[in-house]
Design a binder for this molecule. Structure first.
Ligand SMILES: Cc1ncc(COP(=O)(O)O)c(C=O)c1O
Length: 400
């Protein structure tokens, strides 16, 4: 056999082995979830598929109530376990993490700590999830001005932030990955602009944490909120706020409750005495079943590894964009890998109708938003899932 032919055959057999390994790895990942045998789940930007361990955690929650009645101590341990896991995931100290109910409640509590202002400014953008804009607007009654940076074709440049953030800016909000089109912002550079002008940076990482490593210290993030329902594979009812310890302790939130205090059980308190660090942004009883679930979701993400997940998602999203272009679909998602997260948005005339058809007729789960149908491949998806999605989309589009 010629040398070249042998090399080619070796290569084919190596590729086959790698493909087999990939297939078995993907099969293994899928087997972690319920109902994946007959479903293509591409909706992690909306609600993650159900991990078997999450399902079990709900049974455990009910068993614990049956067994122990009112196990508050156990529940507090669970909250602390989740706090530590999230701290590890984002490279923060556990005292810098508040466990909240939603990103909205986290950001509301944070902003309520900024108190009254004499015409100082909050810079935000129209790519933020609307909850951020509404919460910023609600601060007008405390004397805060705001400026909304407007995206251009789904993208905001560093220069746009640089011209909006001035010496009068106390806070700048930055959504890491846009839930509209998957555009990913360069947090480090925006953070440098913020800090240069004396502004703090608040990051909404709901659509990025779980898809990519985030190190809050190395990136220069002052405040950050995210939730566990989506890419972190948990359940609704649990989110978190990271606040740099030194900054957190300068803030006294007016949106508050007993668990924000050093002595939550003190009746007839006549004075506020905020807990150390970020706990001061907590409020009342946590959504305990969701805490049980979120621990399992975050555990799976950490065991799988965010660096690995990042690579997998980048490959699937690139493949999705190439396939969309080949099939003649337009997408508002940036083609450059470094400018996008896990969401790929396909422009459609009737995205909500298509979401329903794909779910009901084909058990393909996607998520419509605005003028697009969004797909959100995660580590358990394969290129085959993406190909089947597009074939089905073409097939169903012809019928409309
Ligand atoms: C980027 C982003 N931020 C915030 C939210 C809202 O989060 P919550 O409902 O927990 O307030 C969402 C919800 O989809 C989101 O995608």
């Amino acid at each position: 056999m010629l040398q070249n032919q042998k090399a080619d055959l070796d290569m084919v057999s190596r590729n086959r082995n790698m493909n087999r390994k990939k297939e078995s790895e993907e099969g293994e990942f899928r087997s972690l979830f319920l109902g994946m045998e007959n479903t293509i789940h591409l909706a992690a930007c909306s609600q993650a598929p159900m991990l078997k361990t999450v399902w079990k955690s709900q049974e455990k929650y009910l068993e614990d109530i049956k067994e122990f009645g009112n196990p508050w101590e156990l529940w507090s341990e669970k909250v602390e376990e989740l706090r530590s896991m999230i701290a590890r995931l984002i490279s923060a100290h556990r005292d810098e993490v508040a466990i909240t109910f939603s990103v909205s409640s986290a950001f509301s509590a944070l902003l309520s700590g900024f108190g009254k202002s004499d015409e100082r400014k909050i810079v935000t953008s129209d790519l933020e999830y609307p909850t951020t804009n509404y919460i910023v607007l609600a601060q007008a009654k405390n004397g805060w001005k705001h400026e909304t940076v407007k995206h251009r074709n789904g993208i905001i440049s560093k220069e746009q932030y640089a011209s909006a953030i001035g010496k009068d800016t106390d806070l700048t909000t930055v959504v890491h990955v846009s839930s509209l089109n998957g555009f990913k912002q360069d947090l480090k550079s925006i953070g440098e602009i913020c800090h240069d002008r004396g502004s703090s940076m608040y990051v909404d990482c709901y659509q990025s944490l779980g898809t990519t490593p985030i190190d809050v210290k190395k990136t220069g993030i002052d405040f950050m909120a995210g939730g566990t329902l989506k890419w972190l594979l948990g359940m609704s009812g649990t989110a978190f706020l990271y606040a740099r310890k030194d900054l957190a302790e300068d803030l006294n939130p007016s949106s508050t409750g007993w668990f924000s205090q050093k002595e939550p059980f003190k009746f007839g308190a006549e004075m506020l005495d905020f807990a150390d660090g970020s706990r001061r942004f907590e409020s009342g009883t946590w959504a305990i079943p969701s805490i049980y679930a979120s621990i399992e979701g975050v555990r799976t993400i950490m065991e799988t590894g965010t660096e690995f997940i990042k690579g997998k998602i980048a490959d699937l999203a690139s493949y999705a964009l190439e396939t969309a272009a080949d099939m003649g679909f337009r997408s508002a998602t940036p083609p450059e890998e470094e400018k996008r997260g896990g969401i790929v948005a396909i422009d459609l005339e009737k995205p909500f109708e298509m979401e329903g058809i794909l779910r009901k007729k084909h058990r393909i789960f996607t998520s419509a938003r605005g003028n697009s149908l969004r797909i959100a491949p995660h580590f358990y998806n394969s290129r085959e899932d993406i190909a089947t999605f597009f074939d089905t989309l073409v097939h169903e589009s012809h019928k409309q």
